[in-house]
Design a protein around this ligand. Structure first.
Ligand SMILES: [Zn+2]
Length: 334
């Protein structure tokens, strides 16, 4: 009888102890999630519309960025901006192509990297405010906000050259990552992020066995497009979740294309396609280019035609996506 009581007391103590442990663990996990959410909100609030505007003005003020002479002062500008945020910038010149790379080293040493990129070149005779100064401006602003933070995974900020020449800059760069044995856990290609309109949007619909659009048939040009392939499906969800949680005013439409996008070639029209071709997950964030913007590849693609409030929201959602993904240990990613 006495032994039974002793056993009951011991079991009781053990159960109480386990219960307290569970409570502590639960509250610890809850605190970690809440801390993470408040950190992301805090950083998202630091994105500045004025900075984005000033970058676009600086990047477009000399007109097109097509020849090497035209691009020289612009690559210098991007380099100087990244350095002013505290990054060491690598200028990688290969085959007449100059890519610029700044790296935020992850707290866990590994070969994993997350890439945020936009191309800085234009077609001939277009100042390319939307295509693609808007994206470079966004990439620079994200790099600035993240400069003093520490994330689990290494993040690279890349300004690609020669996107307009068959994705040459990103093609060379992604091959070099592969050759170095780097594991790209995700890549975001910012491709025109600043044009909106009332009724100039050419709507998108599903294409059987090829394209899955959600929601379909939107004819108002005030959403951001998230384009991924089958292999980067999880990145579409990550961006959608980040946008919903941290930038609820931003409307979006996502499009998931089968395979490497060849069944609907328009989904391949930026640097993310270079990553798809080496089987790395990547998404394109876009205002849908010529499906919306009448100034696409023209002299009229200028700063005064852009919706900077919209661009700021897109940059905020991209930033939130980068932090949530790069701060998640690899084992928890899909
Ligand atoms: Zn472009």
């Amino acid at each position: 009888m006495q032994q039974d009581s002793l056993l009951n007391i011991r079991t009781g103590i053990l159960l109480t102890f386990l219960f307290i442990c569970l409570l502590l663990l639960n509250s610890c996990l809850k605190n970690t999630t809440e801390n993470m959410e408040s950190t992301i909100s805090h950083l998202v609030n630091q994105v500045s519309r004025d900075n984005i505007k000033n970058h676009i003005r600086a990047l477009t003020q000399e007109g097109s960025r097509f020849t090497n002479e035209e691009k020289a002062s612009i690559s210098k500008y991007i380099n100087n901006q990244l350095e002013s945020f505290g990054y060491e910038v690598q200028s990688i010149k290969t085959q007449d192509t100059l890519n610029l790379v700044a790296e935020l080293r992850g707290t866990v040493t590994s070969n994993n990297i997350f890439v945020v990129a936009g191309h800085y070149d234009t077609v001939e005779d277009s100042p390319g405010a939307d295509d693609n100064a808007s994206a470079v401006a966004g990439m620079l602003e994200i790099a600035r906000v993240l400069a003093k933070t520490s994330l689990v995974t290494t993040v690279q900020f890349v300004a690609f050259d020669n996107e307009e020449k068959e994705l040459l800059g990103s093609g060379l760069y992604v091959q070099s990552l592969k050759d170095q044995g780097k594991e790209v856990i995700g890549m975001i290609s910012l491709e025109m992020i600043a044009y909106t309109c009332g009724n100039c949007q050419i709507p998108f619909s599903d294409i059987k066995d090829c394209l899955n659009v959600q929601p379909e048939g939107i004819a108002t040009g005030d959403f951001i497009g998230i384009v991924g392939n089958t292999h980067s499906k999880h990145m579409i969800s990550d961006f959608r979740n980040a946008a919903e949680n941290y930038v609820p005013a931003l409307k979006f439409v996502s499009a998931e294309v089968a395979g490497n996008g060849s069944c609907f070639a328009s989904t391949r029209r930026s640097d993310h396609a270079s990553f798809w071709d080496l089987n790395y997950p990547a998404i394109m964030i876009t205002d849908t280019a010529n499906f919306r913007n009448p100034n696409y590849h023209k002299e009229t693609d200028t700063l005064d035609t852009l919706d900077l409030e919209f661009a700021t929201q897109v940059v905020k959602a991209t930033l939130a996506t980068v932090i949530s993904t790069a701060n998640t240990p690899r084992s928890q990613l899909q």
